[in-house]
Ligand binder design. Sequence first.
Ligand code: IMP
Length: 172
Amino acid sequence: MRTLYTASQIASRVAELAARIEADHNGKPLLVLGVLKGSLIFLADLVRQLRLPLRYELIALSSYRKKTDPGELLVYGELPEPEPDEEVLIVEDIVDTGGTMARLTELLERHYGQSAKICALLDKRTRRNHHTVVDYAGFRLDSDDFVVGYGLDYDGHYRNLPYISVLEEEEL
Ligand code: IMP
């Protein structure tokens, strides 16, 4: 395992993202939708830096995936409904093919006529095959590396690492 971003690099980047989000929202209320389970740690750090009126809700999505290959999307439970004055910010751990975010934004649009912005800790662009725009990206990955830590898992493991690491080929 090789460390890609240390805990302190992540903390400074999260603070920068929060400052940008604050500036863009100009005191307007936000509904922050955190995607479980991967965004939990990122979400907890991010919302504590946001000086905006906000609510957060957690949504459980998962794709049937075999190890590292994405599959069909499953949504568990009700889709949280924004209040009329709220803007929606989806918080995700990593955007890879973009499929999960494309389907979630489409659902919000269809159910509530609501558009949403996307904040992702990692924007992995090499495998993008959907038109998904990451409005706030923590770090951009230009490789196909599989990363773990700070909420991200491999088969349920490594989420608790305080840093982000690349899993080497032989560890997958
Ligand atoms: P997408 O639908 O292909 O954009 O997939 C997004 C989801 O794939 C993320 O929420 C993660 O759960 C998972 N994922 C994609 N790449 C990685 C990675 O490098 N490490 C851990 N999870 C990943």
